[in-house]
Design a protein around this ligand. Structure first.
Ligand code: KG4
Ligand code: ZN
Length: 347
């Protein structure tokens, strides 16, 4: 236990999808180690994440990444203050592996257990890269499973202003990439291809949702892209994949940036942060940076390695959750379970 100083060192575990990860984070901001075993190559064979394969691989790798994180941090379990773990949202079998491991480790070592919301982890990745960042701020969370525009009112208080009505932004990237034969995961591949393409080559329709200015919809765009490809194939016309990737990406980026700017203005937010896998998209980062500069807003984004799933972000969110639990006088119970549909801000 820390009796000499106020430092809080957290061992964090993440296994909600296809990354098995463990990290050691101090005071929510300083990463002492960050070990990620990515299963991507395994799932690429099937064109997407296969839940049963993910769970099995997590079981094989979990102890290895936890040991690796402690070794890299040059710390023993005794020197850890708490064990934080993602308990939702995510794939139930995958989550259960991390939750079970965390419970066993925390119970065995006599440390408190702290359940963390995966989406809140994505938001908290910003606290690592931007040590001066404190709520309130606006956050655009764009990952493979989620697209949310939220006001981070406090470390544990979130107000959802808008969300996707159908596909998540990352999902749209993955589906379009598959349709043009770029493979899985599509986001980074579209990002790369788009650099060689003309974003104005094809104009895809913009989606607006009546009466919900901050909500998103990407399924119409996805259908428009698929129709474009089918039409080209049937009429024997050719198109450059790079142009299609750039044009699709431009449409998504404009949808995301325009809503974020509208909300920043309406709610007088001093800064905007990006979070989630799609936050590593180079066009999105550039467009947000530019739009924020034009309006005198601060722009925050995590390092690319902290955008996609990792445990350091769970250690950052886990720190603030640890402080909250400590104040309330109770941590997560030994009956902590995986909650696949856990909502942002839900406890
Ligand atoms: O946050 P994440 O690792 O997992 C979820 O919690 O969903 O996000 C993964 C998603 C995938 O859909 C992937 O294609 C997308 O993030 N992604 C990107 C980029 N890198 C990852 N999308 C666009 N551009 C990128 N550079
Ligand atoms: Zn994620």
């Amino acid at each position: 236990m820390n009796t000499m100083n106020q430092d809080i060192t957290i061992l964090a575990i993440e296994s909600s999808c296809d990354e098995t990860a463990a990290a050691v984070v101090r005071n929510g901001r300083e990463v002492l180690s960050n070990v990620i075993y990515s299963q991507i190559d395994l799932h690429t064979l099937y064109g997407g994440v296969v839940p049963e394969i993910a769970s099995r691989k997590h079981i094989e790798k979990i102890n290895q990444v936890v040991t690796g994180a402690l070794t890299d941090a040059k710390l023993s379990l005794n020197e850890i203050d708490a064990v934080a773990v993602t308990y939702g949202p995510g794939l139930v079998g995958a989550l259960l592996v991390g939750v079970s491991a965390a419970k066993g480790i925390a119970f065995g070592a006599g440390k408190p257990l702290v359940g963390v919301n995966h989406i809140e982890g994505h938001v908290a990745a910003n606290y690592i890269t931007n040590p001066d960042l404190e709520p309130p701020f606006l956050c655009l969370i764009v990952s493979g499973g989620h697209t949310h525009l939220v006001m981070v009112e406090d470390y544990a208080t979130f107000r959802v202003l808008g969300r996707t009505r159908d596909d998540a932004a990352g999902e749209a990237f993955d589906k379009v990439a598959r349709a043009i034969g770029l493979g899985y995961p599509g986001g980074p591949k579209i990002d790369r291809a788009a650099k060689e393409g003309n974003p104005d080559a094809i104009v895809f329709p913009k989606t607006k949702i009546e009466g919900a200015p901050y909500d998103f919809s990407f399924s119409g765009l996805k259908s428009a892209v698929l129709n474009y490809i089918n039409h080209a194939n049937m009429s024997g016309e050719t198109f450059r994949k790079e142009d299609l990737a750039a044009s699709f990406q431009k449409n998504v980026v404009e949808a995301l940036v325009s809503r974020a700017m509208l909300a920043a203005e309406e709610f007088h937010m001093p800064g905007i942060a990006l979070a989630g896998g799609v936050a590593s998209n180079s066009a999105l980062r550039a467009a947000m940076d530019q739009a924020c500069k034009e309006r005198g807003l601060k722009f925050y984004r995590p390092d690319p390695i902290l955008c996609t799933d990792n445990a350091a972000m769970i250690g950052a969110a886990g720190y603030y959750e640890y402080l909250r639990c400590r104040e309330e006088g109770h941590f997560s119970g030994w009956n902590l379970n995986a909650v696949p549909g856990l909502k942002l801000g839900e406890r």
